[in-house]
Design a protein around this ligand. Structure first.
Ligand code: PLP
Length: 371
């Protein structure tokens, strides 16, 4: 007879208490489940235009023989290109399997039991999740007017605060701190704690007073900037993102990184995508136009909407967001229901091509008019 594993003895309490995130099913399964023949993916802030042309060419031409070889363990050429682009040193970058992975690198590098991190209660959830399943306390400061509340965050700082995560612009609310506000915050936090600026959507921002974290690195050694190729550069499926910080900090963070976590195709595609400014311009144009369209729909349906910078819009529905999710799925429109992100009855819609926005508008009309 087999002996049952004693999980209580084996598994740390903070892991036992953590509820795993349940990813959605593959598109083909969802289509079968909801009986729809087309699916518009408006749930993950993906770029509806796909990757830049040069990156597409690199992916198409990827030599299958190279699949047997390990990739560069530190994304050597990509870091060179990043250094050139942002006028920094190649050693100031660490590339990961998506920005998600570099969140874990940072947490492991600085936090131990008893330490805490500070972020907002309604922001990108991965900072909080990584902290909690690592046994690190996550202090979640409520947003104020949909934005990160700098004063309240400063008050939460304790002796054991190691890292403060600021999502700028914030996913899902689209709010951002301007340069003056960010500088004031950095000055008041001081150099004894890490401030992470997650700029996953920086390339979408249109406002002139938006701070460029890459430039601020020259002044603040305790600042870490996150960027990703998943959103603007349309490479979410290849999983590649990175951080930039001071040489002193990359020297530390490098120790907690997993070598070879970034595959060769992703490195090549990212390298090709990085300087395609025309793709960035075209995507911004599309987002500007279709965001406008969606906000008009919200007005027509009298749905409170929240949006700002970034490729997404939030709306509050007069019905349950979970119910709305199912109804919209039946019409082939996949949005993000926000109850699980502490926004009951809100949904987040990623900006897509016009056809998908029209389908979304139709689905919303049916949800609101109860059909
Ligand atoms: C999408 C996203 C990321 C991470 O994306 P990766 O695909 O892991 O690179 C990080 N931060 C925010 C705010 C995001 O929305």
């Amino acid at each position: 007879m087999r002996t049952a594993i004693n999980l209580d003895a084996l598994v740390p309490l903070h892991v036992r208490l953590f509820e795993p995130y349940i990813p959605s099913r593959p598109d083909a399964e969802l289509k079968r489940l909801y009986r729809c023949d087309h699916l518009y993916r408006l749930n993950n802030n993906e770029n509806p235009l796909g990757p830049p042309a040069a990156a597409q060419a690199v992916i198409a031409a990827f030599d299958p023989q190279r699949a047997s070889e390990y990739p560069s363990g530190d994304a050597y050429y990509l870091r060179q290109a990043l250094a050139q682009r942002f006028k920094l040193d190649a050693e100031q970058f660490i590339v990961g399997n998506g920005a998600n992975e570099v969140i874990a690198f940072v947490m492991k590098a600085f936090c131990e039991q008893g330490d805490n991190i500070i972020t907002a209660d309604r922001t990108f959830a991965v900072y909080e999740w990584v902290a909690r399943f690592s046994g690190i306390e996550a202090r979640l400061v409520p947003l104020r007017d949909f934005a990160f509340d700098d004063e309240a965050m400063l008050q939460q700082i304790s002796e054991r605060t190691k890292v403060i995560f600021v999502c700028n612009p914030n996913n899902p609310t689209g709010t951002y701190w301007n340069e003056q506000r960010l500088r004031r915050f950095l000055d008041r936090v001081g150099p004894q704690r890490i401030v992470v600026l997650d700029e996953a959507y920086a390339e979408f921002v249109e406002q002139p007073d938006f701070p460029d974290g890459m430039k601020l690195l020259r002044e603040y050694d305790n600042l870490i900037v996150f960027r990703t190729f998943s959103k603007m550069y349309g490479l979410a499926g290849l999983r590649i993102g990175y951080l930039a910080t001071s040489l002193a900090l990359t020297d530390i963070i490098r120790r907690t990184g997993v070598v070879y976590s970034v595959n060769a195709a992703a490195q090549q595609a990212a390298l090709a995508a990085l300087n395609d400014d025309a793709h960035v311009a075209a995507t911004r144009q599309l987002v500007r136009q279709e965001k406008h369209f969606l906000l008009d729909v919200a007005r027509e349906l009298e749905l409170p909407a929240q949006s700002g910078e970034g490729c997404f819009v939030m709306m509050r529905l007069p019905v349950s967001d979970m119910l709305a999710y199912r109804k919209m799925m039946q019409q082939g429109v996949m949005i993000r229901s926000m109850t699980g992100f502490r926004y009951p009855n809100w949904i987040r819609i990623s900006i897509g091509v016009h056809e998908s926005m029209q389908a979304c508008a139709e689905a919303l009309r049916k949800v609101v008019h109860g059909k």
